[in-house]
Design a protein around this ligand. Sequence first.
Ligand SMILES: Nc1ncnc2c1ncn2[C@@H]1O[C@H](COP(=O)(O)OP(=O)(O)OP(=O)(O)O)[C@@H](O)[C@H]1O
Ligand SMILES: [Mg+2]
Length: 290
Amino acid sequence: MTPDLQEAGAALLERHRLSSTASSSGGASFGRLVHGLQPDFAHGVALYLDEISVSFDGFKALNALSLAIDVGELRCIIGPNGAGKTTMMDVITGKTRPDSGWAHFGSNIDLLRLREPQIVRAGICRKFQKPTVYEELSVFENLELALVDDRGVPAALLARLSAAQRERIAEILQLVHLLPEAARTAGLLSHGQKQWLEIGMLLAQAPTLLLLDEPVAGMTDEETERTAELFLSLAGRHSLVVVEHDMKFVDMLTQGHRKVTVLHEGAVLAEGTLAEVQADAQVIDVYLGR
Ligand SMILES: Nc1ncnc2c1ncn2[C@@H]1O[C@H](COP(=O)(O)OP(=O)(O)OP(=O)(O)O)[C@@H](O)[C@H]1O
Ligand SMILES: [Mg+2]
């Protein structure tokens, strides 16, 4: 690695300090030791929120929100601005502490007792709306910096990547449609490609649960379609929670049968297939009909 890369690597490691002790680089990892506990997914539930409430100066951003996501499930969450969708992700990732309620990862990990880094280590990764990649580095180098090996050692700290690690990066590049761009400077990618690169960087941390907040905002129609294909290919191997306003995208993800959750005023207003919630009078009233 060049000195420049090392410097960028150090910066990225600092940013990804939270996740640098994650302990697997495999395709899917169903939970890692946290506080001596392995997340228990035997009941098929990846995430369980129960009666979560969050207030900001007396305003209830979340109001007794209850929600369960299955292992391997791809769940879309929709709802009007201010419904509490991002706040829900803040609670799951430990950024915001709720006033009351319970949040479990698997059946045994109490998320409300963990700090943000421990939650990442347990296998929950989040993608924010704005892509944050190392613009001056190549696509491959970005992934190299995000990768952690089976013992939790960041690949960036090793003198060279193992063949298995190179293979893993190539596999991720293929998944996120960036194999032909591997050597390209990340700053030259399109907005959509940067988003995919960041998703690839999350995958390099082998998360069990991926939280994606408005992942196709600003994407072209073609990029949106490819992102839907990508998420569909990740479902099963990972659990995904996707917050989105783009109904065409939600339709592509749910394929007529997956469950959609509608949030409104900090609670679940409706749940069902997209067609079902789109036909729901209350949902039309607060969200779709406007
Ligand atoms: N840190 C904060 N301090 C005060 N109020 C906040 C804070 N974070 C969120 N809120 C408020 O909580 C409510 C829920 O916000 P949130 O960002 O979760 O909504 P959202 O469903 O993600 O909306 P959008 O679709 O616009 O992204 C909003 O009224 C928002 O103004
Ligand atoms: Mg939001």
